[in-house]
Design a protein around this ligand. Structure first.
Ligand code: GFB
Length: 319
């Protein structure tokens, strides 16, 4: 792997994909290959095969996926299962068939059992039942991780799986129905402050705990793995500490400057009680996260203001 390598960043427009492009370009990687969904539908096997047959790819960063928060996952299980299985099976198979040596597959901390010792080690995978609200997505991502391991074992490839905790940062999804909690709370606090509302609604009880990794840290970890022969397998990527949803909402309100009340809507699901990752495996190789939550929230709110100013926000709301 060197800065002339042809690296296919699948999903380059998404939050993870765009962070990977930023980080790779900043480090002098000049031969990044990208395709929009209109140019290449990754759920179409023959289109993916035709692309790989001519693109001469040296490495694949498979950041393309159908992702979403707890409500989207619990209401669209078939779409989450199918789209993610189709994308990963098409890309991993075509990568192998065209001699791609390195591939990084991105999963999520939701692949681990709902009830397992915390912090969660990579070895806890498949040791007990999954969280129902996102089981379809989790099964699809577990299948992708296992497919990488199968190709490594049978064909000697070096396909690595990174399991990030909850991510946030530039290019996140701020649609209140399909987004994750952190961007949703940023938007809610911003709109509440702008409208002079007395309160903002937080889903669930506020007691679940979550760990948050800025997406630029995930991009940094990905390049670390690409540039260090870290071996194959699965690596958790996180910051090593978590907080309750209530605490997160309070921190977001401080960042945004909203001083109203928090109202908890317990008709919405809490999901997994906790999913703090054990990050010692990647830590043991020398990688650490650098962006703490306070700095991350400030940067992310700044990005939100820049990209979702009032007019765009309204248009977004009607989309
Ligand atoms: O981020 P989130 O949607 O997904 O929800 P998960 C995290 C917690 O935040 C849940 C609460 O307890 C939500 O009830 N929450 C509070 C909110 N207010 C809000 C809100 O306005 N919007 C949202 N979305 N949540 C996802 C998985 O689980 O984690 C995905 O469904 C993926 O597949 C992702 O793995 C990383 O953290 O519960």
């Amino acid at each position: 792997m060197d800065t002339n390598s042809r690296i296919f960043v699948a999903g380059h427009r998404g939050m993870v994909g765009s962070a990977l492009v930023r980080a790779l370009q900043a480090r002098g990687y000049r031969n990044l290959v990208t395709r929009t969904r209109a140019e290449l539908d990754l759920t179409d096997q023959s289109a993916v095969d035709a692309f790989f047959d001519t693109a001469q790819i040296d490495a694949v960063l498979l950041a393309a996926a159908k992702v979403g928060g707890i409500l989207a996952n619990s209401t669209q299980p078939a779409q989450f299962a199918y789209d993610n299985l189709a994308i990963e099976t098409n890309v991993i198979r075509a990568a192998y068939q065209t001699g791609v040596e390195r591939l990084v597959f991105f999963g999520s901390s939701c692949i681990y059992p709902r009830e397992c010792p915390q912090p969660i080690r990579e070895t806890y995978l498949l040791t007990s039942p999954l969280e129902p609200t996102n089981e379809a997505y989790a099964i699809a991502k577990i299948a992708g991780l296992k497919l990488c391991e199968a190709y490594n074992r049978q064909y000697g490839t070096h396909y690595v799986s990174l399991m990030p905790t909850n991510l946030y940062g530039p290019n996140d999804n701020y649609d209140l129905g399909s987004s994750h909690v952190l961007p949703a709370l940023i938007r809610k606090a911003h709109e509440a402050r702008a409208s002079g509302a007395a309160s903002l609604t937080v889903w669930g009880s506020g007691t679940p705990r979550r760990e948050f990794l800025h997406v630029d840290d995930l991009a940094d970890a990905t390049i670390f793995v690409l540039e260090h022969e870290t071996g194959d397998g699965v690596y958790n990527v996180g910051v090593g500490e978590d907080l309750s949803i209530r605490e997160l909402a309070e921190r977001v309100c401080e960042t945004v400057g909203f001083e109203g009340e928090l109202v908890f809507d317990t008709s919405k699901p809490d999901g997994t009680p906790r999913k703090l990752l054990d990050v010692s495996r990647l830590g043991g190789l020398g990688w650490r996260a650098h962006i703490g939550l306070e700095e991350g929230l400030a940067r992310t709110y700044g990005d939100f203001l820049h990209t979702h100013g009032a007019p765009v926000l309204e248009a977004h709301a009607q989309a």
